[in-house]
Each structure stands twice: as structure tokens, then as C-alpha cells.
Design a protein around this ligand. Structure first.
Ligand SMILES: O=C(O)CCCC[C@@H]1SC[C@@H]2NC(=O)N[C@@H]21
Length: 262
């Protein structure tokens, strides 16, 4: 098995995407996806896939370690998931994390795979996947879901500052994985879970998200705007907001990023 190659014909035949664009090297698949999404003729879902990124982006000012062996792609979607009203937006983002979590769990049965609010995926307490959802102005209402999954890029070779906090599938179970198989599982899982969200609402997925939650019961620090909040995580409320028991009582947060948890 090639640890950093994709079977592009197989992906194109999968029936999961309308258009596939592959790049050996790209600054960021999300940036390329934003340019594509501005084109009226684009058939969605469209997938931008890269073997390597030179400027992979994470949320906020984070960067994404983007070497061959990692799975890095952006999915451009319109139509059904894009028709969700603003009230369903948090569900959309949370469900993306749940879908990836389930797909990765099917490839790595031995690991404890969990979602960290809102949609990071962790394996055995280390980050294995990050998701960056954007809808830039020229994207014609389409959404760009950028996903990075550490698959065959072992963290033994990673920059030192990442080694203790992140992991890859190959580090978790000691074996290489077929990137095309992992990608197909993720695309299939996203398709299925977003359809469920559209047809049955977030309430039909809430319990499954809660069962996969990494933070519930733990003390977390959340940065929300200029404020930092510390409290015990009580899970998510019915809309997907993070619930914390803080010294000021029970508070719910619709946005923010987790800075630490113990
Ligand atoms: O954890 C995060 O902060 C989100 C990381 C998202 C990384 C992926 S890799 C593919 C896509 N292209 C990017 O530049 N970023 C996303």
C-alpha cells in the first residue's frame, strides 16, 4: 500500500462527489475551494484534495501540519445542507465532527475516538482531525468544509510542539491505512449524517453526539470573545451549545474555542 497516494478513478466513481480536483501541492485546499465555489458552473458536491499543503490553515490563527500521508481535503456543498436555516448551523458543524468520528472509528477499532466540541476529533485523548468550515462571500452561498485527518503522517516525525497533543491513525494502531478508503468512509458518513440532519433535525443525532463527547464531566477552559470561562462540562444543550457549570452557574456557549481541558 502506498502511504501517501490516492486512487483517483475509484474516488471519481464513488458516486459521492460530482467533481474531483487533485493537487500534488497546494497552499490550502480551503483557499482553492473558495475560488472554485465562486464559479457559477460548479457542480456540487465538489472535492479539492491535496497530497501536501504549504499553508494549511486551522481555526483562528492555527496552522495545520500538512505533509504527505495526511488526508487533507475541502468539500464544497450547496443545495441540501446549504438550505439549513441559521438555527441548524451549529448542528451542521457538530454533525460534521460526529460523522468523521464514526468513520475513523470504523478504521481503528482499538482506539477511543471522540469529538471535542464543536467538531475536533480525538483518538486516545490526542487530536487526530480538525475541521474548518467557511462560507466566504464569493462562494454563492455554498459551504466549504475543510477537513484534515492525520492518517499515515506519524507524529514521531512531527514538529516537537505537536508531538504530545496530536496523533495519527498509524500511530494509534501501528499500521498504515489506505487514504482512499478512509476518505470514502468520511464522505459517506458526512453524506448520511447531513441527510439525517436535514430530514430529522439535530434532535435525532444529539444522543449519538453526546455518547461520543470527549469533554463531558471534565473541567475545561473556554475562550469566548475576550472572555475566558472555566467550568465542568455538562455536555451540549438541545441546540448543540456547550454547557458549562461555572462559578456563575450553568452557562451555555454557542461559540468559542476550548483552550484546555483536564
Ligand atoms: O483544527 C482546526 O483548527 C481545523 C484544521 C483544518 C485543516 C484542514 S486541512 C484541509 C483544509 N485546508 C486547510 O487549509 N485547512 C483545512
Amino acid at each position: 500500500m502506498k502511504r501517501d497516494r490516492f486512487d483517483l478513478p475509484q474516488l471519481a466513481r464513488s458516486g459521492l462527489i460530482e467533481r474531483l480536483e487533485f493537487h500534488q501541492s497546494l497552499a490550502s485546499t480551503n483557499d482553492r475551494a473558495a475560488a472554485l465555489a465562486a464559479e457559477e458552473w460548479l457542480a456540487c458536491p465538489a472535492l479539492v484534495l491535496a497530497q501536501e499543503q504549504t499553508a494549511g490553515r486551522g481555526r483562528g490563527s492555527n496552522r495545520w501540519w500538512s505533509v504527505p500521508g495526511s488526508l487533507m481535503f475541502s468539500l464544497i456543498i450547496s443545495g441540501s445542507p446549504g438550505e439549513l436555516g441559521p438555527a441548524q448551523w451549529p448542528g451542521f458543524s457538530l454533525v460534521a465532527g460526529l460523522a468523521v468520528c464514526e468513520a475513523l472509528a470504523s478504521h481503528c477499532l482499538a482506539a477511543d475516538i471522540a469529538v471535542k466540541w464543536p467538531n475536533d476529533v480525538y483518538a486516545n485523548e490526542r487530536k487526530i482531525c480538525g475541521i474548518l468550515i467557511e462560507s466566504p462571500a464569493p462562494a454563492r452561498g455554498r459551504m466549504i468544509v475543510g477537513i484534515g485527518v492525520n492518517v499515515n503522517n506519524s507524529f514521531a516525525d512531527a514538529p516537537e510542539e505537536l508531538r504530545d497533543s496530536a496523533t495519527a491513525l498509524c500511530d494509534v494502531d501501528g499500521q498504515p491505512h489506505d487514504l482512499t478508503d478512509v476518505l470514502r468512509s468520511i464522505l459517506g458518513s458526512l453524506d448520511q449524517r447531513w441527510q439525517q440532519l436535514r430530514e430529522q433535525g439535530f434532535s435525532s443525532l444529539r444522543q449519538e453526539w453526546r455518547d461520543r463527547s470527549l469533554l463531558t464531566g471534565r473541567i475545561v477552559q473556554l475562550q469566548a470573545g475576550a472572555q475566558r470561562h472555566t467550568g465542568r462540562c455538562l455536555g451540549i444543550d438541545d441546540d448543540g451549545a456547550l454547557l458549562l457549570q461555572t462559578e456563575r452557574g450553568r452557562q451555555s456557549f454557542h461559540a468559542g474555542s476550548i483552550v484546555s481541558f483536564e
